[in-house]
Design a protein. Sequence first.
Length: 65
Amino acid sequence: MANTQNDIDIYYALGNTNNQRQENEIAAIIKIRNLAGWNLISTSTAVVDTKNKFSNLYLFWEKDI
């Protein structure tokens, strides 16, 4: 039976400014993880501060070792 390792990336985003920059940064995170053998198994978002439009994106990863 294979052993599985789990990990998480937390991406902090502020407002709706620089959407393209944020998309590029998230795409880079996913690409780097995929090249290292990680599989994205789940994502989740949380609005931390509605007044300042501050939110978190959680990326949950899994890798067989």
